[in-house]
Design a protein around this ligand. Sequence first.
Ligand code: NDP
Length: 453
Amino acid sequence: MSEFTVLNPATEQPVTTVAQPTAADTDAAIARADAAQARWRAVAPGERAAMLRRFAAAVDSHVDELADLEVAGSGHPVGQARWEAGHVRDVLQYYSAAPERLIGQQIPVPGGLNVTFHEPVGVVGLIVPWNFPMPILAWGMAPALAAGNTVIAKPAELTPLTAIRIGELAAEAGLPDGVFQVMPGKGSVVGQRLVDHPAVRKIVFTGSTEVGREIMAGCARQIKRVTLELGGKSANIVLADADLERAAATAPYAVFDNAGQDCCARSRILVQRSVLDRFMELFEPAVKGVAVGDPAAPGTEMGPLISAAHRQHVASYVPEGAPVAFRGSAPAGPGFWFPPTVLAPVSADDPAYTEEVFGPVVTVTPVEDEAEAIAIANDTPYGLSGSIWTSDVGRAIRVARAVESGNLSVNSHSSVRYWTPFGGFKQSGLGRELGPDAPDAFTETKNVFIATD
Ligand code: NDP
């Protein structure tokens, strides 16, 4: 078995090594999950709920440990990492109510009784990216388990540590053997096997649109169920009647959080021309005020990028002569650092303006009016997220309805709340995660008619 060395992105020093399973190891895990599925679905709903609550409690009592692992292995600021570990607990807790509420329908029909059941789909393969290793794991794992499926999670090769620990906590909390397994390893080996193996009945994938397209094609061969959460190029629309102070103060965090490695990053700021100068005056100190540095330090707001290769990719969007309006700071020395960077004015064909950068780079573009803001916001193959700043409630609703995007926030930058559905329009994905209906995406509706005549 080969090994992968996890690096601390803030220091470039090795954290630990992780064994890489082979395709044969993956097949063995799939066989275990398949065997466990019949037993798991037969666990009484109340007992399954109790097990998930015990799992949530186990995560709760290890929040600091999990956060420290994410700081070391992914470079997330410690405050954010603690929130993420707490989020895993909350998502488990929320879906622990689902087993006892997988309620079907009784439908009036002639000659008998008709009822529907929500049956688990079976073994679920959960392919997780490196940008939010804990939250994205929880969004798939918790509703899938609640609905009676068994789950094999494949974390990103670069960031496996928290998923491995959460897998151990599941076992310590009493989840039966084979119900939840973590298989760290390469996408091209473990991930591909999950897509190709016929016993895996559903794939939940978060990552690049490019790989998502391949996964969808792979799933199509077996009509395998698939949920995709892919890229984004979201707009932050600031209209002239907005509270400009708040809009400018919060805009850095809407794109530089997690060093911009966020599919919901509002990486195109569209500002009504009449307030552009004032917005930029306010935006500059806000960008320069972002605390970039040691992720383990309590006040840090932005850490490093995930890897040297990714930093090189992000830097390619800011070549020599790029229209840099202003930049924040970043530490010198080891670590994959990249400063918050504001580009303006940008041309309409600048890759920083048209492509997902997945780093702390934002463009600012003037718009004449509401109609132009909507047209530009929609002029992208993506449609995941976005924000609208205005003090006119009617306009806020009008613009929100017109922007082709799955998750919008008005006078705020909220995207992901586990109580509400999350997912993308267009090439940002397929299906929805989270919210009250998420367990349904892990079930098949079965209709049963019982003759009474
Ligand atoms: P990928 O899409 O390559 O990786 C996401 C996950 O898919 C990882 O677990 C990866 O494994 C796995 N994977 C890769 N290839 C396959 C395959 N053939 N079959 C099954 N699973 C596979 O993202 P990258 O890490 O390469 O990031 C590239 C770009 O993607 C980023 O710059 C960003 O633009 C975008 N991205 C978007 C994300 C989002 O949240 N929407 C998240 C991450 C990236 P492994 O780690 O081994 O490669």
